[in-house]
Design a protein around this ligand. Structure first.
Ligand SMILES: C[S@@+](CC[C@H](N)C(=O)[O-])C[C@H]1O[C@@H](n2cnc3c(N)ncnc32)[C@H](O)[C@@H]1O
Length: 408
């Protein structure tokens, strides 16, 4: 999760006044915004059962989404996307499912400036017409406010935005009814959708969760071209971590190996299963990072709503093109390979020895979960999600049983 670069930080900062200008809230309702944010937060978490299907069609909840949830989702996306291998070429199609106010195109616009002049086609589906319309308005305002690079000769101009190289089509409908006749997309995305869709399945119903993940894997995979990629991002909670693990497994079955965060296609070492024994923690694949570089105005609104956010979390999966893909690994290795391996840093740092002399972080590689151990400053230095070459120490962590590795 790379820190925001200067351009993206500046553009995200400028987005908040743009949202206020594009969707002004009369002063008498403005005072209630903090409460509306708190209410929508409740409906999205502890009171999910009370949430109406097209909740974003209700103006106070849509305002709360646009002013608070959208900018935080964009912030998380802008920390994630630059570290992902997302090659997009002129003419490529991107399908965004449960797009809400076009969060994915807007996030991509903010943090992939290199793509702004590339003609891309977006198909954004949601069953809230209000959210899609708001997204179109916001993207148009964002585009007008920017000074994009000139459009390459011959690129099609989308409706309503004569110069914008990005053609965005919104599709108002339910995911269950959406058909894409061609397996057309270079990229299929679904952000913060599945924690809503899987809500009726109880977390204890693992067979039901597995069936749900299998179905979604087939659906996502069916929208993508053979060489296309799939990106699913969810909140960093154990149920979402479980879904991501199951989706990953199902996509491997569809011949779409994980590209990130996994460094391998072997069974997930962070499967978010309920702890088998008392005293054991649930280990789920998620990334938590500080939010120091998030817009100051967003921090102020969060504090006013009573939900200050010093840290953001997410779980995600980028799955790759169909075909043989990356090797599963796990085969015979030379002694040098066995000693130096690539792992992805997953957890936050914690004291790994009672005397405080060593710190640790859990990481993931083809040998499964490992404990990365070292001096506090060295262990703290890596951003969550960083790939590191590590060396085995030959020891095991007494708490988790994980092999202990060090970063040279
Ligand atoms: C939490 S919002 C996420 C919006 C956006 N992707 C983001 O990350 O900001 C979930 C979105 O999924 C949409 N949604 C939920 N179930 C859906 C379904 N069955 N079909 C289409 N859209 C759905 C909701 O209307 C909402 O806009």
């Amino acid at each position: 999760m790379t820190k925001l670069d200067d351009h993206t930080r500046r553009d995200l900062e400028a987005l908040l006044p743009l949202i206020e200008k594009t969707f002004p809230i009369p002063p008498r309702f403005r005072r209630g915004l903090g409460n509306d944010v708190a209410e929508l937060s409740r409906l999205l978490t502890s009171a999910r059962g009370e949430r109406a299907l097209a909740y974003l069609n209700r103006p106070p909840l849509l305002s709360a989404y646009l002013y608070y949830f959208l900018p935080w989702n964009l912030y998380r996306l802008c920390r994630l996307i630059p570290s992902l291998d997302l090659p997009l070429a002129p003419g490529d199609t991107i399908i965004d499912l449960g797009s809400g106010p076009l969060s994915f195109p807007i996030g991509l616009w903010l943090c992939r400036r290199d793509l702004r002049a590339v003609p891309l086609k977006f198909r954004c589906l949601d069953h809230s017409r209000g959210a899609l319309e708001a997204g179109k308005k916001l993207f148009a305002a964002l585009y007008s406010a920017a000074q994009p690079a000139p459009r390459p000769a011959g690129a099609a101009a989308p409706q309503g935005e004569p110069d914008c190289p990005w053609a965005i089509t919104t599709i108002h409908g339910d995911l269950g009814q959406f058909h894409s006749h061609m397996r057309e997309a270079a990229l299929v995305t679904a952000l913060n959708l599945y924690n809503e869709l899987s809500q009726p399945i109880s977390p204890g119903n693992d067979a039901g969760q597995r069936r749900f993940a299998d179905k979604q894997a087939a659906l996502l995979s069916g929208f993508a071209a053979g060489g296309g990629r799939l990106l699913v991002v969810e909140p960093g909670t154990p149920p979402s971590g479980r879904f991501i693990t199951l989706l990953r497994e199902a996509l491997i079955g569809q011949g779409r190996p994980p590209l990130a965060p996994c460094t391998h296609s072997l069974p997930c070492p962070f499967p978010a299963l309920r702890p088998p024994a008392a005293g054991r923690d649930t280990k789920w694949c998620h990334f938590a990072f500080d939010t120091e570089d998030a817009p100051a105005g967003l921090h102020r609104l969060s504090a006013a709503a009573g939900i200050p956010k010093e840290r953001a979390t997410l779980s995600f999966l980028l799955a790759g093109p169909q075909g043989p893909g990356q090797p599963k690994h796990g085969g015979p290795q030379s002694p040098a390979e066995q000693k130096a391996r690539i792992v992805r840093v997953i957890s936050s740092p914690f004291p790994a020895r009672a005397d405080g002399q060593a710190w640790g972080r859990y990481a993931c590689g083809e040998q499964g979960m490992v404990l990365l151990r070292g001096a506090k400053t060295a262990v703290e230095a890596a951003e969550p999600g960083t790939l590191l070459a590590v060396r085995s120490t030959g020891e095991r962590d007494p708490k988790s049983g994980a092999p202990v590795v060090t970063a040279p």
